[in-house]
Design a binder for this molecule. Structure first.
Ligand code: SF4
Length: 475
């Protein structure tokens, strides 16, 4: 049953926050806004950390070894924050062959990986059979690999591409998803969440499904017994109230999944991961930052905050510059938002830290601001890296970051069950003799300008096989 909210209580009162940490009280949207606006960062972080410790204990923090595979960059949508998509007739448009895709899974297996995260652009040329055959081929060759694939916007486009013989949105989604699940799909990733508030979403996610369709897709996945994750991309045109409204919808639909399906083998949101918008090479990134545009006055509120409402009903007429100014999120905004998500999403088990966009050390700090999970060892990433953020960590480095934050690193699977707890001297990080070589080679690789050629990143796999792999980061 959902926890109660108490609007009459002062959320800044330590006694009230102790009830939140204990899982006896739910933070309301208005209280969340107060936490964001008024609670000092270190205090907010400490409460989020305590809540995380209440759920996950004091000792173990996790990571997963998976591979992010983007099977095509051809996409019907034109999200203004995306530097990855291509039209089908562009020179560098691609769709990977089965052989390439299976080769990537094979490389993952070599380093002890347990799952693939497979998402694409939304490519109208690929028929349903292409996906079914691909999933069957992966499962046939690599039955041990968990397939976490196809975000809600892809599913919503699938029903347009494949025209299922059903009348309702949920029925159409169920028709497609059931076939993909029968062919090998194990769970559904939360890509394409961005910000749910309609005004923001329409402005940045051109051609992408709305919040209702996104959330319905995940509910259908839960009905079919699949777990999912939820995401949020912030730090652009949205207001802080939009972030809270976004979390509120996820929390509400998670309540619904648990209430309707929890006793009957249904799935649920297992994790929430949020990250800041990366502006490089995107049309949204060409918007002036608030304060840098003509006539901006930093003493005035940010246009997104003027427009945003906690119920998502904001009207663009509230500020003439809405959608024409961005407010990029730095590390403190990131940590504040992540900490808030831990406290707000009381019905979601895992909060992931986003070192891919924020860098290893802010990602590490995330473990003290409510996150229990460092996400994945990075073999390959094509989407946010196209927008400028490229950090690359292998297993020893992730383990060391977790250990240096005061925890024991543990490899997990997609269901957050622990596979290997690295407490002994034989741990991946403890076997490293020379850290300087690791740092120099690959701790972070930033690309300053768009480049025609892929950048090759070296990924150490010595922990498992003594081999080195090369991942490509494409435009
Ligand atoms: S973010 Fe995804 S859906 Fe949007 S344009 Fe890029 S590839 Fe397409």
């Amino acid at each position: 049953m959902a926890l109660p909210t108490r609007e009459d209580l002062d959320i800044l009162d330590a006694a009230v926050m102790r009830d939140v940490v204990a899982g006896e009280l739910r933070v309301s949207p208005a209280q969340a806004l107060r936490l964001y606006d008024e609670m000092p960062l270190e205090t907010l972080g400490r409460w989020a950390d305590l809540r995380c410790r209440h759920l996950h204990g004091d000792h173990i923090r996790t990571y997963v070894i998976d591979r992010n595979i983007n099977y095509t960059n051809i996409c019907t949508a034109k999200c203004t924050f995306c530097a990855f998509r291509r039209d089908g007739d562009e020179d560098d448009a691609y769709t990977l062959e089965y052989k390439q895709l299976l080769g990537k899974v094979d490389e993952l297996v070599e380093i002890g990986g347990t799952q693939i995260l497979m998402q694409g652009g939304m490519n109208a040329d690929l028929p349903l059979g292409w996906y079914l055959d691909l999933l069957r081929a992966i499962k046939e060759q690599f039955p041990q690999i968990h397939i976490h694939a196809f975000s809600p916007p892809e599913f919503v486009e699938f029903i347009r591409f494949f025209d299922p013989p059903e009348s309702s949105l949920a029925g159409k989604l169920r028709w497609v998803m059931r076939q993909l699940a029968d062919a090998g799909l194990d769970s559904v990733p939360g890509g394409g969440g961005e910000i749910f508030a309609p005004l923001v979403r329409r402005k940045i996610g051109l051609g992408k499904c709305d919040a209702q369709a996104w959330l319905t897709t995940m509910y259908v996945a839960h009905e079919l017994g699949m777990n999912t994750s939820a995401t949020m991309m912030f730090g652009h045109i949205e207001g802080i109230a939009d972030r809270i409204h976004h979390m509120e919808l996820i929390r509400r639909w998670q309540d619904k999944s648990i209430a309707d399906l929890g006793g009957g083998g249904g799935g649920q949101y297992k994790a929430f991961i949020s990250w800041p918008f990366q502006r490089h090479a995107t049309s949204l990134g060409r918007c002036a930052e608030w304060g840098a545009g003509a006539g901006d006055n930093l003493d005035d509120p940010f246009p997104g905050d003027v427009v945003a409402t906690l119920d998502g009903s904001g009207r663009k007429e509230a500020h003439p510059l809405f959608g024409r100014r961005i407010r990029l999120a730095g590390s403190t905004d990131y940590l504040r938002t992540q900490a808030l998500s831990r406290l707000y999403l009381d019905n979601i088990y895992s909060i992931g830290s986003s070192w891919v966009t924020m860098g290893p050390h802010v990602g590490q700090m995330g473990l003290l601001f409510g996150a229990n999970d460092m996400g994945s060892v990075m073999m390959e990433e094509n989407v946010v890296s196209a927008a400028g953020a490229v950090f690359c960590l292998n297993e020893p480095m992730i383990c060391r970051l977790i250990r240096d934050a005061g925890f024991i690193p543990a490899q997990r699977d997609n269901g957050y069950d622990l596979l290997r707890i690295h407490a002994s001297a034989d741990a991946p990080d403890r076997r490293v003799k020379d850290w300087s070589a690791y740092r120099a080679r690959q701790l972070s690789v930033h690309r300053k300008e768009p480049q025609a050629e892929p950048i090759h990143l070296t990924v150490e796999t010595s922990t498992f096989s003594g081999k080195r792999l090369t991942g490509s980061v494409h435009r």
